[in-house]
Design a protein around this ligand. Structure first.
Ligand code: GDP
Length: 443
């Protein structure tokens, strides 16, 4: 995941600050020198770093901060706020035209993730009850039209194409008309990318722009390219009046500098972040949540939203009841595991939990998706009776379950032990919470 290096370094700097009751101006200056290095190493544009440090220093060396009871915390808070500002302050939403359809034009270099993003955005819009139309405007890359059609089919979104013999300007125009005729309220136009910015590419997209007058021009940039992403954004912005940027491949091993520089350099807000190849791996970009994630303070809000989107509320309530009454079986255990997995790859979930990003980087902590798959296989190899009454699982049953799930008896033993521990913990917890789970006993 992006920002790992930066987060680790910043936590180190702030850990030192937090530990002290009093701070001098020199302590703050020293910390800011380290923050400066950390940002530069994360590939943040040097001018952006300079301004950022100046702003933080100006606020942090004030007498009130240094005299406060928890000066370290105050400094972290100032950095958090400035990071949020740097990335745009508040969330920049996708445009919505007064009169539908809203026309969204995609721009970007080849391989940035434009076509993928077009499909992801349609998927997101559909979840919000919109009726998008995809327009296949990339007639040069041989597989681009097909790729969009496959995506459209996967999510059930119509795709408008005139093949590759008609000009992209004409395709875009007719696509918008098609949306009007068919009641689509969003038109997402995929366009051709090139390996590098060239005149012909720019001219073509400018012509499309002039023909369909988009409400939103989204530049798709690959966060893995670091500073280059910022340069690309700047060149496009000069020619095309962008309204927003989408950062892709934030799941990769990027140092994160692009996310931190692009708004400051171009003035264009980041509207979405793409975090994987799968169709639902797209998130609205929230500067405040991203800042808190970078500082290792977690992003509980995004986590809760993910949970709400993916977990059935009735099921969650039922599960909660079972946990309280210790009525929890191995079947529930499995179901709960599946629910959590629906929320996304575990290591991405951990990144959103406060402090967890750090734990994840510890040498002996590994998010082992295989271990979860093994657990699932074991539980699934049990009979219903065994799942409800694990006490009956004797040695010969353990052997059978291990064989059925392709694991070992030791694996089965481990799982049963874990489950028992969990039940014990729940019992303790529910007796602590008192009847109904409303609060501590007698409290
Ligand atoms: P285009 O040329 O700009 O249309 O790029 P594509 O949409 O074809 O994407 C290029 C490659 O990047 C494909 O293999 C995508 O699956 C991959 N890709 C796109 N977005 C992401 C992302 O957020 N994370 C990762 N890991 N891969 C991505």
């Amino acid at each position: 995941m992006a920002f790992e290096g930066l987060t680790a370094r910043l936590q180190n700097v702030f850990g030192k600050l937090r530990g002290r009751g009093k701070l001098t101006e020199e302590d703050v200056n020293e910390a800011m020198r380290e923050v400066r290095l950390a940002l530069l190493e994360a590939d943040v544009n040097f001018k952006v770093v300079k301004d950022f440090i100046a702003k933080v220093k100006e606020k942090a060396v004030g007498q009130e901060v240094l005299k406060s009871f928890t000066p370290g915390m105050v400094v972290v808070d100032i950095v958090n706020k400035e990071l949020t500002e740097l990335m745009g302050g508040t969330q920049a939403k996708l445009a919505q035209a007064g009169k539908p359809p809203t026309v969204v034009l995609m721009a970007g270099l080849q391989g940035a993730g434009k076509t993928t993003l077009t499909g992801k955005l349609a998927n997101l819009l559909q979840k919000q009850n919109h009726k998008p139309l995809l327009v296949a405007g990339d007639i040069y890359r041989p597989a681009a039209i097909k790729q969009l059609q496959v995506l459209g089919e996967q999510i059930g979104t119509p795709v408008f194409t005139l093949g590759n013999q008609v000009s992209p300007v004409e395709i875009a125009k007719q696509g918008v008309q098609h949306a009007k005729d068919n009641g689509n309220d969003y038109v997402l136009i995929d366009t051709a990318g090139r390996l590098q910015i060239d005149e012909a590419l720019m001219e073509e997209i400018q012509n499309i722009h002039a023909a369909v007058k988009p409400d939103e021009v989204l530049l798709v940039v690959d966060a893995m390219t670091g500073q280059e992403a910022v340069n690309v954004a700047q060149s496009f912005h000069e020619k095309l009046a962008l309204t927003g940027v989408v950062l892709t491949k934030l799941d990769g091993d990027t140092r994160g500098g692009a996310a931190l520089s692009v708004k400051a350099v171009t003035g264009c807000p980041i509207k979405f972040a793409s975090t994987g190849e799968k169709i639902d791996q797209l998130e609205p970009f929230h500067p405040d949540r991203m800042a808190s994630r970078i500082l290792g303070m977690g992003d509980m809000l995004s986590l809760i939203e993910k949970a709400q989107a993916n977990i059935d509320a009735d099921k969650a309530a039922e599960m909660e009841r079972k946990m309280r009454t210790a009525d929890f079986t191995l079947e529930d255990f499995l179901e709960q595991m599946e629910q959590v997995r629906k929320m996304g790859p575990l290591d991405q979930l951990l990144d959103m939990m406060p402090g967890m990003g750090k734990i994840k980087n510890m040498p002996n902590f590994k998010v082992d998706e295989k271990q979860i798959a093994r657990t699932e296989a074991i539980v699934k190899s049990m009979t219903r009776n065994e799942k409800l009454k694990p006490d009956i699982i004797n040695f010969s049953r353990r052997k059978r379950i291990a064989a059925g799930s392709g694991t070992t008896v030791a694996d089965v033993n481990r799982l049963l032990r874990q489950f028992e521990d969990m039940k014990k913990m729940m019992k303790q917890f529910s007796s602590m919470m008192g009847p109904g789970g409303k609060g501590p006993k007698g409290g």
